[in-house]
Design a protein around this ligand. Sequence first.
Ligand SMILES: Cc1ncc(C[n+]2csc(CCOP(=O)(O)OP(=O)(O)O)c2C)c(N)n1
Ligand SMILES: [Mg+2]
Length: 330
Amino acid sequence: MVMILMDVEKAKLVEMYRKLLELRKFEEKCWDLFSQNLIPGTIHLYLGQEAVAVGVCSNLNEDDYVQSTHRGHGHCLAKGAQMDKMFAELMGKATGYCKGKGGSMHITDANVGLLGACGVVGSGIVMAPGAGLSAKLRGTNQVVVCFFGDGASNTGNFHEGINIAAAWDLPVVFVCENNLYAMGTKQTDVMKVKNIADRASAYGIPGVICDGNDAVDVYKKAYEAVTRAREGKGPTLIECKTYRHRGHSRFDQGKYRPEEEVNEWLRMDPIIRMRERLTSMGILTEEEADVIVNEVDEEIEVAAKFAIESPFPDPKTALEDVWVEERESE
Ligand SMILES: Cc1ncc(C[n+]2csc(CCOP(=O)(O)OP(=O)(O)O)c2C)c(N)n1
Ligand SMILES: [Mg+2]
């Protein structure tokens, strides 16, 4: 374990522990707010997969881009989106990211390079190369991270997006979060290959497998992929093996998953593992770790209070911001 951590700075590890907690507690609060009927529509919780977003995004600069998915709260927070505006958006409030008109699957924040969540499975895989091409043409050294699931890796977009990004050496890092299920469909029932990363060879790019419940493993492998992209050497396909703690969306209890499987993955909880590492390495004492937990709890309460106390949008604004005015062609 010492070997694994020696080359990652202590401050970075502590920062990652705090981020992991933010993602976890944000989702727990979402569940709480939903249970009180304060969040309309559906939500797909990121609980259990936190090490992926945190491990990857800890390598990014503010002006790098992230393309998210329907299960995107973790990506947004890890890239620097504001909790208060996220809660407000989920609750349909006027202070939310889309003024309450978009909800969970439309959270976007251009100020921190967040290109947006999207409910259309696999769609991000063809949009990310566009952002990569833009960065390449402008010569900005920006990198694009494209998150998607195992289910999305079976769509045609996977082939189209990765193929063109590879052919043009675009600065895109494709991160597949393999949580073993696409809704109720088991990955092994619909794929002949064991590892999604194995498909990378078909595009002539590196394919890398990570322990997706270990933020440090993800961080280090993503570091190599981000560096490669920034140096103009093209994309990498990273597969993070992970698991969602809950059902697919808020209405799914996940009964199709065997109890032993769920329990096995719960034992590999990414937050507990990170805390155990930091305390056993002497980087944090138990008391210091508790202080961070309490600080994050407080941060969550403040952000949720902001959203709860925010007004709903005025019905008169319903048609604002939903249509782009026609422009003269240039
Ligand atoms: C194009 C399209 N087809 C189907 C759906 C319905 N749908 C929503 S999420 C989902 C499963 C996605 O699975 P995966 O890519 O593994 O992501 P996960 O939910 O596991 O994070 C499906 C089929 C959709 N939203 N878009
Ligand atoms: Mg999945």
